[in-house]
Design a binder for this molecule. Sequence first.
Ligand SMILES: Cc1cc2nc3c(=O)[nH]c(=O)nc-3n(C[C@H](O)[C@H](O)[C@H](O)COP(=O)(O)O)c2cc1C
Length: 227
Amino acid sequence: MSIRDIEEVILAFGEAARRSREAGFKVIEVYAAHGFLVHQFLSPLTNHRSDEWGGNESNRRRFAIEVARSIRKYWPENFPLIFRLSATDWIDGGIEIEDTIETAKCLSLEGVDMIDCSTGGIGGKDRPRRMKVSQGFQVEFAQRLKEEAQIATMAVGFLWDPEFCEGIVEKKEADMVALARELLDDPNWPLHAASQLGADKDYGLWPEEMGWWLDKRDRFLKKLGLR
Ligand SMILES: Cc1cc2nc3c(=O)[nH]c(=O)nc-3n(C[C@H](O)[C@H](O)[C@H](O)COP(=O)(O)O)c2cc1C
């Protein structure tokens, strides 16, 4: 990208924030992870520039910071601004969690409220050898960012069990959790989770027109001893 391209894209992020505001959106999350443009600037694996946009850590961070600043010009202070970051590239010579802690501190100073804490997605299509997937395998990064960058975090990636998710928030490892594929599989997951965790006893959280039916069926099935 030429310097002019860079400046144009930064401005376009701000303009997009302005249009989002006008269109009535209440939250912006910038996808700065998984090999998309902001991540490409942040990671030494992809940023080989030798001008003020690359070459060292603070130069590689400049684009993300300028994007946040540009958005904040048009995005009201009391409206949440979230950045999704890849906390580590899982590849030697790439971004490590310590780099991301510094990035999060810088973004926080620009008015970013929360980091959605993912990992990887750069350096080719094969899963990096260092990346070992299990339920909540990225939570430790959300926790470190929360503690060491003093910023709110969202834990994400391979989360599906309600009690496991509740534990993350309860133990203050992150401020919230985000799910994607589990919600594709079960769009009513939040309601089922609420029920499993004892927060919804009689379908009271469901839309009224469905809740009363399900509650009625439940009571009937219990009376018959079928459930
Ligand atoms: C429809 C869909 C498309 C996605 N596309 C990408 C992608 O292009 N690159 C990527 O790194 N992750 C992608 N993801 C993963 C998400 O970024 C997200 O981190 C993940 O789905 C959240 O974890 P979970 O689905 O295990 O809850 C995608 C997920 C979904 C559901």
